[in-house]
Ligand binder design. Structure first.
Ligand code: COA
Ligand code: AMP
Length: 632
């Protein structure tokens, strides 16, 4: 596209000149019951609130208005499931009809505006139906990823205090059926808060037993319910809570407000992804993650596009050509996935022969996010497809991209390894420890100037103090992303690593602190550390180091097996915790702080400086012998 640089520069400059005018214009893409007279109220909330006097229904904007405008016959969601060998299309009219009734069913169970509903479902259309039904009622959903185990689900139920849980009887993983219902029952048992009712979608692969009086069959309840109209809410009312890993075992409840989210996501569809109403977006993620919330469910529907909801894996269902088959079958214009999926495809199809079997002429670009994309993978994917590959940097907290390249503004040249330039709405800088921007090309903590743009979290669920402490206190006037990186002289942002104890495993964000809590609970463990080490496929993988209590004489291999099983049972298979080592001692500072970054460098075989505060440097040599790449 010609003139891309000017277009991006012009759009970014327009936002910098008058942010409120920029977002007021974007807000015109949304139907409001009461149009916001104010765009930003800087005096409200922790850093300001967007569209404070606006009222709207997100569900109306995602469904009803499109049907009213004649889009009822267009596909809204295509559920393509190699796991079940089925492909089902829901038109806008059909999706609306289902959402109206499921909203009616939830209302009949007592759900009203502001009530929470936990959704624990795999990649089935009913997950999107349940989310939209909550939005229709002004209720607040909290979707929990299916790869989490019962205690993680329990923690979310305990914090969100849902009136109702909507779940499926099972999820389908290659080679195994994951029974959700026993995990849900265990989670409800564990949680001090109990939901009044559960709506269970029975899947034929594992029909669940329903608890009389509490559990209801999803489809039967839907069929029996009266259609429910849209309930409007304040723009600042929460649409959903999505829990994400923090540095401790207690997940953070990211709050998404309704109005800002609608405006930013609708705007992003044309600006970031260059998509017009009627075009098809295939986001290969999961509804349990933020990318799934935003680009499988809300944004494509807000924009009148078609969304492909894919139940399968990039490889093995049945092969590494499955994404290309889906793109061709449904004429996807944009594919959005995680770099790890591309690495998995590259491993199976190293010569890149599979795309040629499919007609990819309609595919305009591949977008990647969720973890740092190594330049090799970006370059490989671009050669493979002969289409632009766009890495863009995101967080659950923001709900849409912080940096990227913008199809709607004309693409500027990409730089593999960089996440692109800031989206209009974000002023990004790399800061030093004193909160001062560092020179271009120097590494610092990446921070976003306040106020954050629409759709970014206004706070954490019922935890304003934790929100301030976690994000706003380190650098007054800035939001701390906890990512380290740099901004180069031309304004490209390079995201290199986290500054906290979060690791990124196959695009999944996980807390090493949470894993350490699990390891520490084992009766034979005196102390432990978990670090993320390099993994060719998944980017990072967790590695546990444990020091055993004195006198423990059991075989180490047995203890390690138990530790691996314990993490799977308490956090879930998604943690992919498969490796633990028993060591004599852990490297620490003189004040007793475990030197995790040094452990990671040793395990990765990277060069490292001996920290000046280390208690006993000899331990690093010992660790190198057990952990160095040769040792692993
Ligand atoms: N429900 C239940 N279990 C799940 C699950 C779910 N929704 N998702 C993953 N798991 C399980 C897997 O079955 C696996 O279990 P196992 O230990 O018994 O094999 C474990 O969690 C680890 O899963 P995963 O990290 O997906 O690894 P994998 O080896 O099965 O697959 C990839 C590797 C690269 C194909 C896969 O990680 C992938 O598709 N990644 C893309 C992730 C993504 O889209 N992230 C969203 C960011 S945008
Ligand atoms: P999540 O909240 O699960 O989306 O994870 C957010 C984190 O993933 C970010 O803070 C980064 O550490 C990492 N991340 C996401 N996208 C990118 C990207 N494009 N480049 C580098 N890191 C990324």
């Amino acid at each position: 596209m010609d003139g891309g640089a000017e277009s991006y520069d012009a759009a970014y400059a327009a936002w910098r000149r008058d942010p409120e005018a920029y977002w007021a214009a974007a807000a015109r893409g949304i139907d409001w019951e009461r149009e916001p007279a104010r765009i930003l109220a800087p005096e409200l909330g922790a850093y300001g609130r967007w569209f404070p006097d606006g009222r709207l229904s997100l569900c109306h904007n995602a469904l009803d208005r499109h049907v009213a405008a004649g889009r009822g016959g267009q596909a809204a969601i295509i559920h393509d499931s190699p796991m079940t060998g089925t492909c089902t299309t829901l038109t806008y009219a059909a999706l609306l009809a289902r959402v109206e009734r499921v909203a009616g069913a939830l209302a009949a169970l007592g759900v009203g505006a502001g009530d929470r509903v936990v959704v624990y479902m795999p990649m089935v259309p009913e997950a999107a139906v349940a989310m939209l039904a909550c939005a229709r009622l002004g209720a607040v959903h909290s979707v929990v990823f299916g790869g989490f185990a019962a205690p993680e689900l329990a923690a979310r139920i305990a914090d969100a205090k849902p009136r109702v849980v909507v779940a499926a009887s099972c999820g389908l993983e290659p080679g195994r059926v994951v029974a959700y219902k026993p995990m849900l029952d265990a989670a409800i048992e564990l949680s001090p808060h109990k939901p009044d009712a559960c709506l269970i979608l029975q899947r034929p692969q594992a029909v669940a037993e329903l608890v009389p009086g509490r559990d209801h069959d999803f489809l039967a309840a839907e069929a029996a319910a009266a259609p429910h109209p849209c309930v409007t809410v304040a723009a600042t009312d929460p649409l959903y809570i999505l829990y994400t890993s923090g540095t401790t075992g207690k997940p953070k409840g990211i709050v998404r407000d309704t109005g800002g989210h609608a405006v930013a996501l609708h705007h992003s569809m044309s600006m970031v992804y260059g998509l017009s109403p009627g075009e098809v977006m295939f986001t290969a993620s999961d509804v349990g993650w933020v990318v799934g919330h935003s680009y499988i469910v809300y944004a494509p529907l807000l924009a009148g596009c078609t969304s492909v909801l894919f139940e399968g894996k990039p490889v093995g269902t049945p092969d590494a050509g499955t994404f290309w088959r889906v793109c061709a079958d449904h004429r996807a214009r944009v594919l959005f996935t995680a770099p790890t999926a591309m690495r998995a495809i590259k491993k199976e199809d190293p010569r890149g022969e599979l795309p040629a079997r499919y007609d990819l002429s309609n595919l305009a670009a591949l977008f990647l996010a969720g973890e740092r994309c190594d330049p090799d993978t970006a370059v490989w994917a671009e050669r493979l497809l002969g289409k632009p590959v766009i890495d863009h940097w995101w967080q659950t907290e923001t709900g849409w991209t912080i940096t990227g390249n913008f199809r709607g503004l004309g693409l500027f040249p990409s730089r593999p390894g960089s996440g692109g330039k800031p989206a209009p709405g974000y002023h990004v800088a790399a800061l030093d420890e004193a909160g001062q921007p560092v020179a271009p090309g120097q590494i610092g903590t990446l921070a976003i100037r306040l106020p954050l743009p629409p759709s970014c979290l206004p706070t954490l669920w019922q935890a304003d103090d934790r929100f301030r402490a976690a994000y706003l206190e380190a650098f007054p006037g800035w939001y701390n992303t906890s990512d380290a990186g740099m901004v180069d002289a031309e304004g490209y942002v390079w995201v290199m690593s986290r500054t906290d104890d979060i690791i990124n495993v196959a695009g999944h964000r996980l807390s090493t602190g949470a894993m350490e809590e699990v390891l520490a609970s084992h009766p034979d463990v005196a102390e432990c550390a978990v670090v993320g080490v390099k993994d060719m496929l998944k980017g990072q993988a967790p590695l546990g180091l444990v020091v055993l209590k004195s006198g423990v004489a059991r075989p180490e291999s047995e203890i390690v097996r138990e530790l691996v099983a314990l993490v799977r049972e308490r956090i879930g298979p998604v943690a992919a915790f498969r490796e633990a080592r028993v060591v004599e001692r852990l490297p620490k500072t003189r004040s007793g702080k475990i030197l995790r970054a040094t452990i990671r460098a040793i395990a990765d075989g990277d060069r490292y400086n001996v920290p000046p505060t280390i208690d006993d440097p000899a331990i690093l040599t010992e660790l190198g012998e057990t952990l160095g790449p040769a040792g692993r």
